[in-house]
Design a protein around this ligand. Structure first.
Ligand SMILES: *Cc1c(COP(=O)(O)O)cnc(C)c1O
Length: 392
């Protein structure tokens, strides 16, 4: 089918809940994609930070195929090797104590919220269930994670929302202290606010929050759905902030393109959720877990060093454009935000797409770049050449 045929079917039969780009993606290789009309693109999106190993990765595809031919799915009432093997890699590499596997970011955050409330309930009883999150955050699309998201425009239409969330200004301890009543059980935050505009939190702030959490026995909940699994140049971003979360969630990049999400807990939280407290039909299913094992095996110290190095190279390349459309460059590793001025971030994204470069937007004025972690220097250079053409 060509693009107009696909679009017409979609508009007839699919809920139109996305502001879609006006192309249909057909296939890819590495960090290069082709649309149904045969046009080639450099990909700085990886499907919103998902396809960490790029497209058509042989080891990834083979692991999924091989697992599908053994057993593609079986319920979590049985043990499976890919699941156990994955946990045995992820948990020690993150310095945590145990894992729970689900399917998506919002679901991972829901599990983390459940855990925080149960921890507090068992220790302190009722009335201590509030979770402080940050303004401008994003934690997901379920009724509870929408409410956890610190942006008012997500709190419309779908009443009643889950109670028990209050919002503090990022990088502002006074604002957090103003919410520090006796009803609080946890603080939940992203270390780089992704959807909110690629805003990294300040290191001193994050460390002060961690210290306050320890003093008050609030759980420190870190949402690494976007920043985790090598995206920022370490397995988790928290490892660059010198903090020890009680619970950390991950999702997007973990299985390289199959649905997968989950959370890791420290020793203190290891026995909070017990048999019957939490679960998932598909969570950690053997095919997704087999794919995630391939991603984890790829994330060697050398590979992560390359992610940091390529991120620096891309940021320098954008800075060197001296573009009048750029108001600033932020981010860590291959999670990069470019402040856009003189036109909207969406206009710039569309112009880059027309010239063969796919990017994302975030916040009000940010072009967001999340290339596959395996992107080559040549592919980065091709992307920069498109940026030079459009933005100079
Ligand atoms: C994408 C994202 C989510 C939601 O993940 P889904 O898989 O879409 O449910 C939650 N938190 C953060 C930080 C995200 O970037």
């Amino acid at each position: 089918m060509n693009f107009p045929e696909i679009k017409s079917l979609d508009e007839s039969y699919v809920l139109q809940t996305y502001g879609r780009n006006q192309i249909a993606i057909d296939r890819g290789r590495g960090a290069t994609l082709w649309d149904t009309e045969g046009k080639e693109y450099i990909d700085f999106t990886s499907g919103i930070g998902v396809c960490s190993l790029g497209y058509a990765n042989e080891a990834w595809a083979k692991a999924i195929y091989d697992q599908a031919m053994k057993v593609g799915h079986i319920s979590n009432l049985f043990y499976t090797e890919p699941y156990a093997r994955l946990a045995s890699k992820l948990v020690p590499a993150a310095g945590m104590a145990a894992a729970f596997f689900g399917n998506s970011g919002a679901e991972a955050n829901e599990g983390m919220i459940k855990l925080a409330r149960k921890y507090s309930f068992e220790k302190y009883g009722k009335g201590r269930a509030t979770i402080i999150t940050l303004k401008n955050s994003f934690h997901g699309r379920t009724i509870t994670t929408l409410k956890a998201t610190g942006q008012d425009h997500f709190h419309e239409y779908f009443f009643p929302f889950t109670e028990g969330f209050r919002y503090a200004e990022a990088n502002n301890m006074d604002s957090l202290m103003a919410e520090a009543d006796g009803d609080v059980c946890a603080v939940m935050m992203e270390l780089i606010q992704g959807e909110g505009g690629v805003n990294p939190l300040q290191r001193e702030y994050v460390q002060s929050v961690a210290k306050l959490c320890r003093e008050k026995d609030w759980l420190l909940l870190i949402d690494e759905v976007q920043t985790g699994i090598g995206r920022t140049g370490t397995l988790f971003a928290f490892q660059q902030f010198d903090i020890e979360p009680d619970v950390v969630t991950f999702a997007k990049g973990i299985a390289g393109g199959l649905p997968f999400g989950g959370f890791l807990v420290n020793e203190k939280c290891r026995n909070v959720l017990r048999a019957g407290d939490h679960g998932s039909t598909f969570g950690g299913n053997p095919m997704s877990a087999a794919a995630a094992n391939v991603v984890m095996d790829a994330l060697t110290p050398e590979f992560l060093a390359e992610v940091r190095e390529k991120g620096g190279y891309l940021r320098k390349g954008i800075a060197a454009l001296n573009s009048p459309c750029v108001s600033g460059i932020r981010g860590m590793g291959l999670m990069i935000g470019v402040g856009v001025q003189g036109m909207t971030h969406k206009e710039l994204k569309d112009r880059l797409m027309a010239e063969g470069l796919l990017c994302l937007t975030a916040g009000k004025d940010t072009l967001r770049l999340l290339p596959p972690l395996v992107i080559t220097k040549e592919e980065i250079d091709k992307g920069l050449a498109v940026m030079a053409k459009v933005m100079k």
